[in-house]
Design a protein around this ligand. Structure first.
Ligand code: SF4
Ligand code: SF4
Length: 382
């Protein structure tokens, strides 16, 4: 039976689906200098909002002046792995596990608001609170580690010693002084393991717990709005939205248990979809297929760009007709990546399609992609 206010809050949070709950004082960040250095190194890539958020991340009291406590929460999104034959099939795309189901932002925000309301109704004083899920200006992993939810691993994810790292993190700031478990030891560590660093296809983990987003496939396929650097495209394999490799290899994730949240279970068609079923989706088809899904963040142009790279990496002539069609897309980004994919596949039909498009292409970046693709084909025998 939960007695104190802190215990009641923890109990209610667990009822609302937050498997991990910890509470710490709302105080100045202790890792802000490191974070600033990370941004100054350019490791945030084009995520300008991270730089803009910097002053707010220095101290949570910038977000809620009266804040006394940070309630750190984690919701499990692990669902069972798809069969290996699907994942390893290069004619199919791989989508990051967190995006197999519904968009977590809406689901978690609703629960956070319920928790905040519970606190308001339970505390015998006026309560002020603010809630954040993932995209807010809070150094959430720092607070989660302080609250003993887990440690920040070399792959930069928060890892819990009992259940691994497949968690969405969230926070509630409140103006209440609560009980803090500061004496509890933090369990688990990476130790001498370096599996994630070795497994990363693009060497994006430049040193332990130090990630260069510009090289990370999650950033490239979701956050980057423009062309994906040519030298990184082959390493992307069939990853079309996000990348889980550095979590999949983590030994602590062998302890993960499937989530009870139905909304995070895979939607039809999100587990290893056939690339050719995605490549020429119209805007209407994209919007309807990915309504309320995290995938909509990449937008049609970004998502199809990723799919085209995967088709190029598949390297099968089967992809040529769809790529020919994509060469006529309204979006130069899509036409350019279709040209690259045709260059990777090669052969007479791919060459002819590229030559024809070159005669009418007006966009300089696409023209250049077509010329590069033709050069690659020219260097290989039909
Ligand atoms: Fe590397 Fe993928 Fe992890 Fe990014 S998400 S660091 S690309 S393994
Ligand atoms: Fe740490 Fe090893 Fe997991 Fe990487 S794979 S986060 S080094 S335990």
């Amino acid at each position: 039976m939960a007695n104190t206010l802190t215990e009641r809050i923890q109990h209610r949070a667990q009822e609302l689906g937050f498997e991990l709950v910890g509470i710490t004082p709302a105080e100045q960040s202790q890792t802000i200098q490191r974070y600033r250095k990370w941004i100054d190194n350019g490791y945030a890539g084009e995520m300008g909002y991270l730089k803009r958020h910097l002053p707010l991340k220095e101290d949570t009291r910038q977000l809620l002046q009266e804040a006394k406590s940070v309630i750190s929460l984690a919701m499990n999104y692990y669902t069972k792995d798809p069969p290996n034959n699907l994942v390893n099939d290069p004619s199919r795309g791989q989508i990051s596990r967190y995006a197999w189901g519904d968009d977590y932002h809406d689901i978690i925000r609703e629960r956070l608001l319920e928790l905040a309301e519970y606190i308001r109704n339970t505390a015998e004083t006026e309560v002020k609170s603010r809630v954040f899920v993932d995209s807010g200006p809070v150094l959430e992993r720092e607070f989660a580690q302080k609250a003993k939810l887990g440690w920040i691993g070399k792959n930069t994810n928060l890892i819990n010693w009992r259940s691994g790292s497949w968690y969405f993190l969230a926070e509630v700031l409140v103006n209440l002084e609560l009980e803090y478990d500061t004496n509890e030891p933090l369990r688990g560590s990476c130790g001498t393991c370096t599996l994630c660093i070795e497994a990363c296809p693009t060497d994006a983990i430049v040193e332990p717990n130090w990630l260069d987003s510009r090289l990370c496939i999650s950033y490239l396929t979701i956050e980057l709005r423009d062309s994906i650097p040519v030298e990184l495209r082959p390493q992307m394999g069939n990853l079309i939205f996000g990348c889980d490799i550095c979590q999949e290899v983590c030994p602590w994730n062998s302890k993960a248990n499937p989530t009870t949240e139905q909304a995070f279970h895979p939607r039809d068609g999100n587990l290893a979809p056939e690339l050719l079923s995605l490549v020429n989706m119209t805007q209407t088809e994209f919007s309807s297929r990915y309504k309320d899904s995290p995938i909509k963040r990449a937008k049609r142009r970004g998502f199809l760009r990723n799919v085209l790279i995967a088709i190029g990496n598949w390297g099968s002539q089967t992809g040529v007709p769809a790529l020919k069609e994509a060469l006529h897309d309204d979006e130069p980004l899509i036409r350019g990546h279709a040209a690259w994919a045709l260059g990777q596949i090669g052969g007479k039909k791919a060459k002819l399609a590229l030559e024809n498009q070159l005669t009418c292409e007006v966009d300089p970046a696409v023209k250049s992609e077509i010329q590069d693709a033709l050069q690659i084909i020219g260097r290989t025998k039909d």
